[in-house]
Write a protein that binds this ligand. Structure first.
Ligand code: MG
Length: 385
């Protein structure tokens, strides 16, 4: 068996930590050669001591010498360089928000397989990222549970045989709240996801349903299926992770316990299937019932806003992603109400003039514009908003 050499960007985040859990269970299959993280230098140092990478980086420059010596006399190497390192076989992009874009492009240009957990990358720059993969010979391996499900349903199938993709959604923390209750929800309540343990930003995005809008756009780019052939269905148990309907009317689904280690392992081990992470046995009888319903578009306007931006294309999705990242930050800091998030996003998209170009410069400009718009909006919004 060939050992795969891994670079893990965002190693102290939720995806990074669970990726390392999978590596621990499959020690002989993987060699961690690079780790990069943001501010949690303490955890990164522990990871470096355990996995002995030769490339390391943290946004805490002051921890540099401790981190270098904790690794295998590791070399201080920023994300983009780790992503393109000649020795890397797989680059796990587990960063959050816009931070993942440049390293993903660098890895794809260098012909790497990118295990992409950072969905904003495809939302803001789907055309550019997929074109870069084609040119550079790189490959995108989905790790989001829904996209892993679609991908597994498509193994051995022709893309031209897809008639529709059905993306399932848990509904997030507030699926059973009324519109009135939503007015006063707190960040702590939004961070309490009913079925998935994830990072803070994505958990808030799940509560607004923005996450599902992002995932629809991500689906469009990963599988080259137009947005109008992607349906969204609420499924509160998070057992059916998504479905693909084919031209003959046959429908395939992928099911499993909601545990991110499974889709992570599927991507890391692809194209092999190996004995899985330890989790409770899959038991349909114990589950008893599975529920499906239409998404509540009126209660969660962010979903419709995201789908519209996806259909408009151009730099609108980059504005959507940038404004959302800023808005979620303001919400978590207590500077924005939950129900103001979609209002802010709608106004940002209305005020934006999309550039016809979707090259890197145009995307970064749209992203910066959107963040500035969100910051201003929070400062000067009408008192009754
Ligand atoms: Mg998901």
């Amino acid at each position: 068996m060939n050992t795969k050499r891994l670079v893990i960007l965002g190693s102290t985040g939720s995806i990074g930590r669970q990726t390392l859990d999978v590596v621990r269970e499959q020690r002989d299959r993987f060699d961690v050669i690079g780790l990069a993280a943001g501010r949690n230098a303490t955890l990164l140092e522990e990871q470096a001591r355990e996995f002995k990478p030769r490339l390391i980086w943290s946004s805490r420059e002051e921890s540099r010498s401790a981190l270098e010596s904790a690794g295998a006399r590791a070399r201080w190497t920023p994300l983009d360089e780790q992503a393109a390192d000649t020795d890397a076989d797989l680059v796990v992009v587990g960063t959050v928000g816009a931070a993942g874009l440049m390293p993903t492009l660098a890895a794809l240009r260098a012909g790497k397989a990118v295990v992409l957990a950072n969905k904003e990358v495809l939302v803001m720059a789907g055309a550019l990222v997929t074109a870069t993969a084609k040119q550079g010979g790189g490959e995108l391996l989905p790790v989001d549970s829904e996209h892993s499900a679609m991908w597994q349903c498509l193994w051995g199938e022709e893309r031209s045989a897809i008639s529709r993709i059905i993306l399932t959604a848990s509904g997030g923390a507030f699926r059973d709240y009324t519109l009135e209750q939503l007015e006063n929800v707190t960040p702590d309540e939004a961070l309490n996801h009913p079925t998935w343990k994830m990072g803070r930003k994505i958990t808030v995005d799940s509560a607004t349903l923005m996450n599902k809008g992002f995932e629809a756009i991500e689906t469009r780019w990963l599988f080259d299926v137009p947005l109008d052939r992607i349906d969204i269905v609420m499924h509160r148990e998070s057992i059916v992770h998504s479905l693909v309907e084919f031209v003959d009317g046959s429908v395939k689904a992928q099911l499993g316990e909601p545990d991110m280690r499974l889709p992570i392992q599927v991507a890391l081990c692809y194209p092999e299937r190996v004995a899985g992470p330890t989790m409770k046995p899959f038991d349909l009888v114990r589950m008893g019932e599975l529920h499906f319903e239409a998404p509540q578009m009126r209660k969660f306007p962010a979903l419709g806003i995201a789908l519209k931006a996806g259909l408009q294309g151009g730099t609108y999705p980059a504005v959507l992603a940038g404004a959302d990242e800023a808005a979620v930050g303001h919400f978590l800091a207590g500077h924005l109400r939950f129900t103001e998030i979609p209002v802010l996003l709608e106004e940002a998209l209305t005020a934006h003039h999309s550039s016809a170009d979707t090259d890197l410069e145009a995307i970064l400009e749209a992203d910066a514009w959107a963040r500035a718009f969100a910051d201003d909006w929070v400062k000067v919004r009408p008192a009754d908003a």
